[in-house]
Design a protein around this ligand. Structure first.
Ligand SMILES: [Zn+2]
Length: 373
């Protein structure tokens, strides 16, 4: 079944982790043996062959670059200009992957439709196995390119609204003003407070351009402010449920209900610390808390129960967001395991229509009205 993953940081992995995502996952892991500069060295789970093996034919892929002021302890660039340049370098990598036939950019409804047909055709002729182990002989060779919709995570790199326009022309279709805060346009995760004036201005400019607003990583104050201020399409690309993993990073029940009323789609994420309570990074292990992929289905189910239907849930795995197997479900070997989610939903009694909606349909319907013609 076609899987749409609404959040991957592909270019960050290519340029900051120095991962060649065109290579097999075993080779990427092997080349990182002995490195200790990132917590997930040797344990990455995302590369193009594994995405194809799992039927992940469409994704939302980010540009991401934080600006940090002198006192900010978070990693990041020392000027917004460097952050802008980093996102432009990331775009250059996406373009090089397009030239190789690995990726194809989706900017319009027509391009989206084409990509869906391409992958549905490929998956019909070589159906991915859904029995718990994606078929290694499946879509590795001769598979069509993976479609990507460009999104910006954290807006620090937007030097001016001219730069935002330029980014839109480059195909940027979604933007989350915040990441881990404080940022230039929003406070973000682990921070508090409302939008600064320039953040509210950013929302107006995004509205004018017809962009998708990603509310993931906003503070609670900003979340409600955004719902009021923003006229255009809204999604939460990679957000789990606070009721199951209490932290401000996750959406609370009122937020999930409000998003459903607004026609949003919420992508459930596979970062362990967002899935279970009391996770301590680099201390807790998936084995110690028995974290399995099934937990993601619990988050999806919780959101569906609150929304009153399965029309507002999807997958935004975040599986290359600065962590690997050490901070993901213990029964997940690579991103290809997303192909097991449809069977897990079936076991919970979800109908075939609802399963397709969660696997890809809800995000496709959303994009089909949010993208330009
Ligand atoms: Zn994120």
């Amino acid at each position: 079944m076609l899987i749409l993953d609404a959040h991957l940081d592909l270019s960050m992995n290519a340029l900051e982790w120095n991962r060649d995502l065109t290579r097999p996952i075993e080779e990427i892991r092997e080349r990182e043996q002995g490195l200790a500069d990132k917590p997930d060295r040797g344990r990455g789970v995302v590369c193009f062959p594994e995405m194809r093996r799992g039927g992940i034919g469409i994704c939302v892929a980010t540009q991401i670059a934080r600006y940090v002021k002198r006192a900010n302890p978070l990693p990041g660039w020392h000027s917004p200009e460097q952050a802008w340049a980093q996102t432009q370098g990331q775009l250059a990598w996406y373009r090089a992957m397009e030239e190789r036939g690995e990726l194809v950019q989706i900017k319009t409804r027509g391009e989206l439709q084409k990509q869906v047909e391409l992958w549905n055709g490929a998956l019909v002729s070589k159906p991915a196995r859904l029995d718990g182990h994606a078929d290694r002989a499946g879509l590795e060779t001769g598979a069509p390119p993976i479609g990507y919709i460009l999104s910006l995570e954290g807006a620090d790199s937007i030097l001016s609204f001219k730069h935002l326009e330029q980014a839109y022309e480059q195909g940027l279709r979604a933007l989350g003003p915040a990441h881990y805060g404080p940022g230039l346009y929003a406070q973000g995760t682990d921070a508090t407070g409302k939008f600064p004036a320039r953040g509210r201005e950013l929302l107006r400019e995004m509205d004018r351009l017809g962009m998708i607003l990603d509310v993931t990583h906003l503070t609670d104050e900003e979340f409600w402010e955004a719902l009021e201020l923003y006229q255009g399409p809204i999604w939460a690309s990679h957000s789990d449920c606070r009721a199951l993993a209490p932290h401000q990073r996750q959406l609370n029940d009122d937020q999930i209900k409000a998003l459903a009323e607004r026609g949003a789609v919420i992508g459930a994420a596979l970062d362990a610390w967002m899935m279970v309570p009391n996770w301590v990074r680099q201390k807790t292990t998936p084995q110690a808390v028995g974290l399995k992929l099934e937990k993601l289905v619990e988050h999806i189910d919780h959101a569906c129960q609150l929304a009153g239907s399965a029309r507002h849930s999807g997958i935004g795995s975040d599986l290359d967001g600065g962590f690997g197997r050490e901070q993901a479900p213990m029964d997940l070997e690579t991103i290809a395991d997303l192909s097991r989610i449809p069977d897990m939903l079936k076991a919970r009694g979800y109908s075939d229509g609802d399963i397709r909606a969660i696997a890809h349909g809800n995000f496709l319907t959303f994009l089909n009205s949010a993208l330009p013609q």
